[in-house]
Design a binder for this molecule. Structure first.
Ligand SMILES: O=P(O)(O)OC[C@H]1O[C@H](OP(=O)(O)OP(=O)(O)O)[C@H](O)[C@@H]1O
Ligand SMILES: O=C(O)c1cc(=O)[nH]c(=O)[nH]1
Length: 174
């Protein structure tokens, strides 16, 4: 799996990140999470990562989290639902911020493809809590080691990642 991430997702070059920070490379995990061979592996790796946590639905802030959640749903053999947290609520239709089976009163896992500051996944956590879900923790495929762990732990949640930058032989930054 780490080989596939290095091969498919690491894009060298100066880039502005979601938080406005700058970095010398991007880890475009959508190229992995939407890949025919890699996506099923992601489902299994992420389920293994949180095998000791109890939850029955998984998802996060659209769109990086969406294929991760779908991969886990498919790998779970029928034990997990998935959901999508919109970046903004929708003004028409049913006006739902969180799409999918209702999460109110359920134990849920918040996921992300890559975390830098943790801001995106924490937006999802906040929306989930507002919707009445109990978030049991946060899990990401790649953690950039730049504050997400501390930010997630500061809201009282455990945080796990499948791969660090060191696991991918990438230089750590800022
Ligand atoms: O930890 P953070 O500082 O929040 O950064 C990580 C976020 O940035 C990327 O998404 P992006 O904001 O580019 O949006 P997208 O998922 O809609 O492509 C990535 O998929 C994470 O969601
Ligand atoms: O912080 C980000 O925006 C970010 C970093 C990264 O390596 N990959 C990604 O998809 N987003």
């Amino acid at each position: 799996m780490s080989g596939l991430i290095s091969e498919l997702a690491v894009v060298p070059g100066r880039v502005t990140l979601s938080s406005g920070r700058e970095a010398d490379y991007y880890v475009d995990l959508r190229r992995v999470s939407l890949h025919r061979e890699a996506a099923p592996l992601i489902g299994r790796v992420m389920l293994d990562l949180v095998a000791d946590w109890s939850f029955d639905a998984v998802g996060g802030l659209t769109m990086g989290a969406d294929p991760v959640a779908a991969a886990m749903l498919h790998a779970s053999g029928g034990s997990l639902d998935a959901f999508v947290v919109r970046k903004q609520g929708k003004a028409h239709g049913l006006q739902r911020r969180i799409e999918g089976p209702d999460v109110a009163g359920r134990r849920v896992l918040a996921v992300e493809d890559t975390s830098t500051t943790g801001g995106s996944v924490l937006t999802a956590v906040e929306a989930l809590r507002e919707a009445g879900a109990e978030v049991v923790g946060v899990a990401v495929i790649v953690d950039r080691g730049t504050g997400a762990a501390e930010a997630v732990e500061a809201v009282g949640l455990p945080y796990r990642w499948a791969y660090s930058l060191t696991d991918l032989n990438l230089p750590t930054q800022f």
